[in-house]
Write a protein that binds this ligand. Structure first.
Ligand code: HSE
Length: 437
């Protein structure tokens, strides 16, 4: 413990930045016992003066992020400002200056990670990003190190806390979508732009990172199929429940012989699955390795202190490795850089899942026959059907179906045929279904 404390530069003193300052202060002794030396934030950049419940007088505070990344006393930069710019420019400058970087910025890593890791390798520094995926859950560490003996077959996770919070409140309390979103924003869970949460973009950032580490492929955020939860209705939540399923917003990535599946969308999963019972802002990731079988990781996916827990864990890792040879550190994307393989990412049409379908049909004889014939012609077999009673004075009835697995292309063709029938009103709702077996 004779080494001098390591000086840290912090970019951003918002929800997670304030959390990191608190964690480092409250757990300073324990952190020092683990890292082998003290860790102190010496220089921070924030647009507004911080409002923290602890004494920050020893931290030099500026509005200029470049003053922090150019500070010769700083060995590690923590980037917690989020977004693409100026985060990218600051991170690349820090790397160029020979500083290690810890970031919680999933958007930055998912979109610019290939460039950032190449720069880090060139300059012999580490860029750590545990907090970018699933908040406080050490899923990056588990995938990259704990499961390193396996071929990863697939991973599926609830990786957006805000979306899970909204779906849970809708199911349990019948609350309104927009009212719950406002609450998630007030609690500091939602992104600066909450459409990132409800349209699946935040989950797509995180899944892109998980897929790279699971399969040793470059980051391909632009190829991730992304669908959010804003079109999910309370009726769908209730019908799914009647059939023994829960609707969760899942990120799914799977290695197949044809390529890699990379998709984020609402998904029916059997309510008996552990992950179907992950509620509120909690996150969970299921990973299937060929040797270990299924493993499940659960915890807080958002919030100041849980996310800061992951940031500080990365910081401790970086401090421990300050004196190690850069070529002998754990590779950023789990595989050695020259072993990264650009396997194809499959278009959504080539992906096979089961489906939940809901349509509004005229209450006349023969409708069900026409619908099932259209599905049958597309090679789609039906697993379950519910036809609801018509409401008084309404000529149309909802029909809900579960199908067996089929290629998305075939399902799209069948849905187009059903929607063209004069006995079907409006469009057919389709939600993918996974048994996670
Ligand atoms: N907006 C994100 C979420 C924060 O709700 O999960 C954590 O990445």
């Amino acid at each position: 413990m004779g080494l001098k404390p390591v000086k840290i530069g912090l970019l951003g003193l918002g929800t997670v930045g304030s959390g990191a300052v608190q964690v480092l202060s409250r757990n300073a002794r324990e952190i020092c016992r683990r890292a082998g030396r003290g860790i102190v934030i010496s220089h921070a950049a924030a647009l507004e003066p911080p409002k923290l419940p602890i004494d920050t007088s020893a931290i030099k505070i500026t509005q200029d992020g470049f003053a922090v990344v150019n500070d010769p006393d700083v060995s590690v930069v923590i980037e917690l400002i989020g977004g693409y710019q100026p985060a990218l420019e600051l991170v690349l400058k820090a790397i160029e200056n020979g500083k290690h970087v810890v970031t919680a910025n999933k958007a930055l890593i998912a979109r610019h990670g290939n460039e950032i890791f190449a720069a880090a390798q060139k300059h012999g520094v580490t860029v750590a990003f545990e907090a970018a995926v699933a908040g406080g859950i050490p899923i990056i560490k588990a995938l990259r190190e704990g499961l390193a003996a396996n071929h990863i077959e697939w991973a599926a996770g609830i990786i957006n806390g805000t979306g899970n919070f909204i779906l849970t409140e809708m199911r349990e309390k019948g609350r309104d979508f927009s009212e719950v979103l406002v609450e998630a924003q007030a609690l500091g869970y939602a992104e600066a732009d909450p459409t990132f949460d409800i349209e699946g973009i935040d989950a797509a950032h995180k899944l892109t990172i998980l897929a790279s580490i699971a399969f040793g492929i470059p980051l391909h955020f632009e190829r991730c199929y992304t669908e959010g939860i804003s079109h999910i209705t309370r009726d769908d939540v209730a019908y799914a429940e009647a059939l023994g399923y829960r609707i969760k917003h899942l990120g799914v990535t799977r290695k197949t012989q044809q390529g890699i599946e990379l998709r984020v969308h609402p998904t029916l999963i059997p309510e008996r699955c552990l992950i179907a019972n992950v509620n509120g802002v909690m996150n969970a990731v299921l990973v299937k390795g060929d040797m270990v079988g299924q493993t499940l990781y659960y915890g807080a996916g958002a919030g100041a202190l849980p996310t800061a827990s992951a940031v500080v864990a990365d910081l401790i890792d970086v401090v421990r490795s300050l004196t190690t040879d850069p070529n002998n550190r754990v590779p950023h994307l789990a595989f050695q850089p020259d072993s990264i393989k650009d396997d194809p990412i499959l278009p959504i049409g080539d992906i096979e899942t089961a489906y939940y379908l809901r349509m509004l049909a005229e209450d006349v004889p023969g409708v069900m026959g026409r619908v099932t014939t259209a599905l049958g012609r597309a090679g789609i077999s039906i697993e379950a059907v519910i036809q609801k009673e018509p409401s008084e004075g309404v000529a149309q009835v909802p029909i809900i179906m579960l199908t067996h697995r089929v290629h998305e292309k075939q399902m799209q063709a069948a849905i187009a045929e059903i929607e063209s029938m004069d006995c079907i009103a409006g469009s057919v709702t389709r939600i993918r279904l996974e048994n996670l077996e």
